[in-house]
Design a protein around this ligand. Structure first.
Ligand code: ZN
Length: 293
């Protein structure tokens, strides 16, 4: 029980390919991909599907994790859990905050401990992305958090959100292109800054490099988290043979159990209208250079 828990925390903005990255990492022996653990409350409330395709309430893995971690999902303090999704980062600056927050959010620790023990995890990959959640996770002395900042060209993220909006997604219907652009810059800056502040080891990868050079990029991530000896037998060039993972929330790729060709999704070049692209360019063209876009 006193063994340290190693968490690879995938941080950054939405629509960056974090589900795909988690899924790929989940194919590595000893890496347990939990998806967006931050959304476990909502996934249980609606009995959404786990990555293994079973409804989460029927999934043997999560049933055991939740029982061992918090004594059953009905014991999860939904109000407190929901607060992990907020932007309370400045709280960390208050003297005594560490003690308060580790007590208040103890269930975050307990669920991670249970994932580690039930999954036999050498590394837990959590793609919750929120900076506050990541910072709180960093406060627990027996959890070593490695922050992996995943970035993706804002034009592709906006193209993806624009497409979902027009497919009727409620989540993206109220967001404007201007706000998405500003938010992309802010969230990326806060992600960098928060990792520094809580002294979490930090590494950054670009989604575009992951799909263009999967082996090289995954190797860089595994080196970062101290798992250099891990084998990537599921990869053959840019083809990944994907197996089952038990993941909470994320995009549809988490259900995939077959071979998948990794390639750059450039649909934004044709789907994003010129006026929207002009707005993204106006706001982000200088900042984008920070990540080589
Ligand atoms: Zn499952």
């Amino acid at each position: 029980m006193d063994q340290k828990i190693k968490v690879l925390y995938i941080a950054g903005t939405g629509k960056t390919g974090s589900t795909l990255l988690g899924k790929l990492l989940g194919q590595v022996e000893g890496v347990v991909d939990v998806g967006e653990l931050i959304n476990i409350d909502v996934q249980y409330a609606h009995d959404e599907k786990c990555g293994c395709s079973a409804p989460v309430k029927s999934c043997a893995f999560w049933t055991q994790v939740v029982e061992q971690g918090v004594g059953g999902i009905e014991r999860l303090d939904r109000k407190r859990w929901h607060r992990l999704k907020t932007r309370y980062l400045p709280l960390l600056a208050i003297p005594g905050a560490k003690r308060f927050l580790t007590g208040y959010f103890a269930q975050l620790h307990d669920l991670h401990r249970a994932v580690h023990d039930v999954g036999g995890a050498r590394v837990v990959a959590d793609s919750s992305k929120s900076a506050f959640y990541g910072a709180v996770l960093n406060l627990f002395p027996d959890i070593d958090v490695y922050t992996l900042h995943l970035v993706r060209d804002v034009r592709a993220s906006e193209g993806s959100m624009y497409r979902l909006k027009h497919e009727g997604s409620e989540k993206f219907s109220r967001r404007s292109t201007w706000w998405n652009s500003v938010r992309w810059m802010l969230v990326n800056l806060v992600t960098e800054w928060a990792a520094k502040w809580v002294r979490s080891p930090y590494e950054r990868v670009r989604y575009e490099d992951l799909v263009a050079h999967p082996e090289q990029t995954l190797r860089k991530i595994l080196d970062f988290v101290g798992a250099s000896d891990a084998e990537l037998g599921f990869l053959d060039g840019n083809t990944a043979t994907l197996g089952k993972t038990h993941t909470i929330a994320g995009s549809g790729v988490r259900f995939k159990e077959s071979a998948m060709d990794l390639k750059l999704d450039e649909r934004w070049r044709t789907t994003l209208p010129e006026d929207k692209l002009a707005v993204v360019d106006r706001w982000t063209s200088r900042f984008r250079r920070r990540y080589g876009y």
